[in-house]
Ligand binder design. Sequence first.
Ligand SMILES: [Zn+2]
Ligand SMILES: [Zn+2]
Length: 380
Amino acid sequence: MRVLPLHNLVALIFTFFISLPAANAKNISVSILGGEDLSHFTITIKRGNYSLINQNTVYTLFKGNQVVIQRGGVAIIGDTIQFKITNFKMLGNDYVNHFEISNGKIQVRYDDHLKVELYNGKISLINEVDLDRYVAGVVEGEAGYNLPLEYYKLQAILCRTYALKNINRHASEGYDLCDKVHCQVYHQKCQKNDIIKATASTSGLVVVDHDLELINTTFHSNCGGQTCNSEDVWLTPVSYLRSVKDSFCRFSPHSNWKKKMTRNDFITVFTQNEPLDSLSYKSLVTFCQDTARSKNKNLNSVELTKVRSELDLKSTYFSVDIDDSEVTLHGKGFGHGVGLCQEGGIEMARRSYSYVDILKHYYTKVFIVNQRALLFFKEE
Ligand SMILES: [Zn+2]
Ligand SMILES: [Zn+2]
């Protein structure tokens, strides 16, 4: 791919920022409720009206109308319409359309359209949904409630970037993304106006690196005061996932932790059944990350990420304190430490930093662009 000189890039991005309207409405297809029992359930129209298209027949459904799916793959509409399911679509006809899925255990609402398929005796559901409505649903599930608007804007941009970067993940299965942690958790349509507003006001915006590639929008709960380089946790160095100092998360819920264990339980992780020589023992029990993260990826030849998982620690950012029989680990932060520190970002937003400030604090040398501008550059 041709890389534009930076001054041209900035000029063009600026041009697009001021000349483009919101990005084109674009639908995304998300497999929903894959883990739920869909042998028997009801679809209820909650807002707008829908065209249900089965083979060559179209039925119009209004608010309150229901489609009952029975065991054996039979769909029933009202008192008179009944058909065996192979696949059918429900397309919303109004500007805002909602439907609800309920089966006695769950009752969840979605925006826009629905595709119902019966394959090998199993029903699958695909929600064809406007990208921003999907993004708002994801932000509600991932970020939580009562946060500053500016933080919701940041999360919306990151969720949109993630969705577009991973749009081909499930192409072989006939949809774009699943609704689980594997892609992004999407429980249902967004119910919160502030999140919908934050998503709409950043419509079309995505984050790219200096090669105009959509970034990996990785985040964690709390970095403990310093984020990690990508290669300290995973294998590859990534230009925008650099370690930065972070004072904003210092007093947040997950800024500190403490874990006690027997000396034996602690040391076993490092000995791998070999006796520990006195030098190794000393470096182990004096391991200290009080003022900064260790520049080493390992502690006594064991990767810190492995120490974290074996001892079930909240982070790799800890110091060791030992007495005769007991080890106390004094730790900072929660999560892998790469990319956005969520609690630090929330605090920045509370202190009136903009989503651009927050983004640029945690991701190094990245740009926010309109996805339409991006398409233009890539076609060049
Ligand atoms: Zn997935
Ligand atoms: Zn932090």
